[in-house]
Write a protein that binds this ligand. Structure first.
Ligand code: GLP
Length: 237
């Protein structure tokens, strides 16, 4: 694992955006695994800027998002589909037909999970997976548990995740369930890039210098041969 420390959020985002842009230049039809949350926002901003400056071209890129809330239609202000459109896809030259996100309103969530895994296989797997990390060590919505779940699955969000994400639902509560890709998809990515702001220092240290355990789902990235972690902090891990 390559661990890079940065002094500020913006420096972290710039480094992550540079790595993603390099991947696209190397492979214009790259399949990117993308994440939501506040952490990747700056990465998307830098990529949009690079696109506007003619430094990166998304016309052949395919994207697969990690997760979506169950029950939120894709136009709901807090759906991840809308988040991606507003914060990234709508501002670059990607073909919307090449962007994939689990359908949170599928009538049969299990069938939707199977469809999503099949789709990722059909795309040939993920070239570069961007990840944030939850305060409890979750990646995507793979919550702490007594085992690592391999497939895309429907998950009941933990109390700590509901509390952490409540800020995005003013006056309301986040949905209790979500669909998330599983560990097979994340670990199957040819390279993985996890970013973590200053507030995540403790969990980053635990995940990447501690025991590999499903109680801290991100810790499994220690086993990935091409994993890069970029974090903001004053101290080395
Ligand atoms: C959400 C997402 C994760 C994300 C995490 C951290 O719950 N499902 O993919 O990494 O929370 O979010 P933030 O970057 O806003 O702290």
């Amino acid at each position: 694992m390559v661990v890079l420390r940065r002094d500020t959020y913006d420096e972290m985002c710039r480094s992550a955006a540079d790595l993603i842009a390099e991947e696209i230049r190397r492979k214009p039809k790259a399949v990117l695994g993308l994440a939501t949350g506040s952490s990747p926002l700056g990465v998307y901003r830098h990529l949009i800027e690079m696109y506007r400056e003619g430094k990166v071209d998304f016309s052949c890129v395919r994207t697969v998002n990690l997760d979506e809330y169950c029950g939120l239609p894709k136009d709901h202000p807090e759906s991840y589909a809308r988040f991606m459109r507003e914060n990234f896809f709508g501002q670059i030259n990607i073909d919307p037909q090449n962007t994939f996100i689990p359908n949170g309103t599928a009538e049969d969530p299990d069938a939707e999970c199977a469809r999503y895994d099949h789709l990722i296989g059909w795309l040939g797997g993920i070239d570069l997976q961007l990840l944030g990390i939850g305060f409890n060590g979750h990646i995507g919505f793979n919550e702490p548990s007594d085992r690592f779940i391999e497939e895309t699955h429907r998950v009941r969000l933990t109390q700590s995740t509901l509390i952490a994400n409540a800020r995005f639902f003013p006056g309301g509560v986040p949905p209790e369930y979500a669909i998330t890709v599983g560990m097979k998809t994340i670990l199957g990515a040819k390279s993985v890039l996890l970013i973590a702001g200053e507030e995540k220092y403790r969990i980053v240290k635990r995940a990447f210098t501690g025991e590999i355990t499903p109680r801290v789902p991100a810790s499994i990235l220690q086993t990935h041969s091409h994993a890069t972690v970029i974090y903001v902090g004053e101290e080395e891990l």
